[in-house]
Design a protein around this ligand. Structure first.
Ligand code: GLV
Ligand code: MG
Length: 316
């Protein structure tokens, strides 16, 4: 399932810069998004559409998930973005990203347009996914209905920079903690997005961290959302990619332990294992809830391609 593909790191690439588009192909990000929105000046947008179509059709992206961020529906560009990019390179595109989503109707509008452009170009209808960015107060208030607005939705993404502007937040350091506030000022927003994503079975993605030279500060912000359950984070610079790939994947130890729990619980509940609903794995008591937690960690580890280094041997 597309939704379960690993999205630990999602690299932002401005569509107006052919050199960056070319360079992005060789980087180990799980996903790239080629940007027509805020990283492209208005006068550069027509050229950026052509650059993106060419970069997608040229290929060389390997297993990387290829998304294009179109402009939001309040501009004059969204329609042409979709028609040109999907019409020009729809077969080489995995998702469209829609920024500044205000309500479910905006997602439905994109779904309808996308369906028509797919039909007009002989593409498989419904294959291209939608990623929605929540980056305004209105979007957050509507996030639960946005999350179920189209079966194409694969991720809900937090857009902290626009969001902080939208709610008049005083800090300018996006994603960083602030000495004037004792807690994590983003916790409420992240949790709302995470609940909407989990309730509708899609991925939750944390947004950018702008201090690109400060990798330890990026790691600190990434660890906060990874701990909550987020699936990945945007990266703006190659230096942030390895950090995101490591932080959003489970550790080797946790992954091995999760696979062990699944095997041990499988055995315990089987005929041969005595059909037990709870069992001991070493010093740990495991039951159905342990299996569910283990499934989450094992799923993320498998998606990230971690090797399994533990084996389960049933008790004699
Ligand atoms: C991303 O688009 C952001 O506004 O943070
Ligand atoms: Mg934004």
């Amino acid at each position: 399932m597309a939704q379960l593909r690993s999205r630990r790191s999602n690299l932002a690439v401005p569509g107006s810069n052919p050199r960056f588009l070319e360079k992005a192909k060789g980087l180990p990000a799980d996903q790239v998004f080629l940007d027509l929105e805020d990283a492209c000046a208005p006068l550069a947008k027509p050229g950026a559409r052509r650059n993106i179509v060419a970069a997608l059709n040229e290929g060389g992206w390997g297993d990387t998930i290829r998304a294009v961020r179109v402009n939001d529906w309040t501009t004059e560009w969204t329609f042409t973005d979709v028609v040109e990019v999907v019409g020009g390179a729809g077969a080489e595109l995995d998702c469209l990203m829609l920024p500044k989503v205000a309500d479910a109707a905006q997602v439905q509008a994109l779904d309808l347009l996308l369906t028509q452009v797919e039909k007009a170009n002989g593409l498989e209808v419904g294959r291209i996914g939608i990623e929605v960015q929540i980056e305004t107060a209105q979007g957050l208030v509507n996030v639960n209905s946005i999350a179920v607005a189209s079966p194409r939705i694969e991720t809900i993404i937090y857009g902290p920079a626009d969001f902080m502007a939208s709610i008049n937040m005083k800090s300018l350091t996006v994603g960083a903690l602030h000495p004037d506030y004792p807690g994590d000022p983003y916790h409420y927003i992240l949790m709302q997005i995470l609940m909407a994503a989990r309730a509708s079975g899609v991925q939750a993605i944390d947004g950018p961290f702008l201090q690109v030279r400060d990798v330890p500060a990026f790691e600190e912000a990434a660890r906060r959302s990874a701990m909550l359950g987020f699936d990945g984070k945007w990266v703006l610079h190659p230096d942030q990619i390895d950090a995101a790939n490591a932080i959003y994947a489970p550790s080797q130890e946790d992954y091995d332990h999760a696979e062990l729990i699944l095997d041990a619980y499988d055995w315990a509940t089987s005929e041969a294992g005595g059909q037990k609903g709870s069992a001991m794995l070493g010093d740990e008591m495991i039951d159905e809830a342990s299996r569910k937690m283990a499934l989450v960690i094992a799923g993320k580890g498998r998606a990230a391609g971690l090797p399994r280094t533990s084996t389960f041997t049933p008790p004699a």
